[in-house]
Ligand binder design. Structure first.
Ligand code: NAI
Ligand code: MG
Length: 339
């Protein structure tokens, strides 16, 4: 029987990179039936609603979604649909690996292998914010951290590290200034650490962490942190391995998971067939692992790595002189899979 999966093509470069991805998945003969639904700007234009009910109904039904990036208006307009989906399905963990691929020129480092576990529901992303008066002289955003919310993301990170034989977990915080919210998160991590004595545990204050990641990323392995810091540090980590075009992510809850690239809808390059679909394809690889299609996952991952290593069919962000388009990159991956 076909495995039903929700597909949200997304805004901006979303349709280009998701169609490259689904073509690759179909080429390995996976029996997937996509439930395609639209959200974000695309849905706002068509249905006057950025998150139509058929999107959440579909995810509720399938339990798994592959999602293209969605545009969120800045400083005004509707609340982020990405955040709304994470809240709706309690996707408390945002798992973002950054791994170097041979063939990609990075600025400083080879052989990076970092995973950021970002708390995905609490703190400054809860949408508790307002101007304090009608002339907008001041504004307030409230960030709430709970013990339960901290426990489940930190537990997830420790369990993942144990299962995948990772060596170290660094908890990142700003508990010197945010003594209560940061302090609570750090306290939960420190209390849990002795249960995982085989994993080296340490804590770092976020500003120092940003510097350390740029100076010497090899000292880190798994990183667990609160929502805003995780958002920022995962983009930083992707920069170490060649940029956002290579960084996949998974939003994981107890019953539902949504897989997407770390990057956004990249309006500056949308519709031009130049976006790198690798992050989206690698997000689909994470999805295949999640649904138990491990063999297909490894095959696709290897094919992407091989095409990048060959260097003949890569997108502009990887080689600005000799490059191919989004769909031609997908063709090259499909060809590798058929060899
Ligand atoms: P962005 O990630 O869309 O783009 C940042 C820069 O990276 C741009 O120069 C873009 O061209 C480049 N880039 C991104 N993905 C690329 C790819 N696959 N290949 C080649 N180059 C790529 O971030 P930005 O511009 O800050 O946000 C644009 C929109 O995306 C905003 O509305 C934002 O809210 C939304 N967004 C959505 C996310 C999601 O759906 N999960 C995540 C991040 C941002
Ligand atoms: Mg981000």
């Amino acid at each position: 029987m076909a495995r039903r999966i929700t597909l949200i093509p997304g805004d901006g470069i979303g349709p280009e990179i998701t169609s490259a991805t689904t073509r690759i998945l179909e080429s390995v003969g996976l029996n997937i039936e996509w439930e395609t639904v639209i959200a974000g700007m695309t849905a706002l234009e068509k249905y006057k609603d950025p998150l139509p009910k058929d999107v959440t109904d579909s995810i509720e039904r399938t339990g798994v979604a592959l999602k293209g990036p969605l545009t969120t208006p800045i400083g005004k307009g509707f609340r982020s649909v990405n955040v709304a989906l994470r809240q709706e399905f309690e996707l408390f963990c945002n798992l973002r690996p950054s791994k170097t691929f041979t063939g990609i020129k990075t600025l400083y480092f080879d052989h990076i292998d970092l995973i950021v576990f970002r708390e995905n529901l609490e703190e400054f992303y809860s949408g508790i914010e307002h101007y304090i008066d009608s002339s907008h002289t001041a504004a307030e955003t409230i960030g709430i951290i709970t013990r339960r919310g901290s426990e489940r993301i930190i537990r997830y990170a420790f369990e993942y590290a144990r299962k995948h034989k990772r060596k170290k977990l660094t908890v990142v915080h700003k508990a010197n200034i945010l003594k209560f919210t940061g302090g609570l998160f750090l306290d939960v991590a420190a209390q849990m650490a002795p249960e995982y004595s085989e994993i080296k545990f340490e804590d770092k204050i976020v500003d120092n962490m940003a510097m350390q990641m740029v100076m010497n990323p090899y000292q880190f392995d798994c990183i667990v942190t609160t929502n805003l810091f995780g958002d920022i540090l995962s983009d930083l980590a992707s920069g170490l391995v060649g940029g956002l075009g290579m960084a996949p992510g998974a939003n994981i809850g107890d019953h539902v998971a949504i897989f997407e690239a770390v990057h956004g809808s990249a309006p500056d390059i949308a519709g031009q067939n130049i976006a790198n679909p690798s992050a989206q394809i690698l997000a689909a690889v994470m999805m295949l692992d999640y649904i138990g299609e491990k063999e297909a996952a490894r095959k696709i991952e290897k094919a992407v790595a091989a095409v990048i290593e060959d260097g003949k069919y890569v997108t502009k962000d990887i080689n600005s002189v000799n490059y191919v388009g989004t769909s031609e990159f997908a063709d090259a991956v499909i060809k590798k899979l058929q060899n």
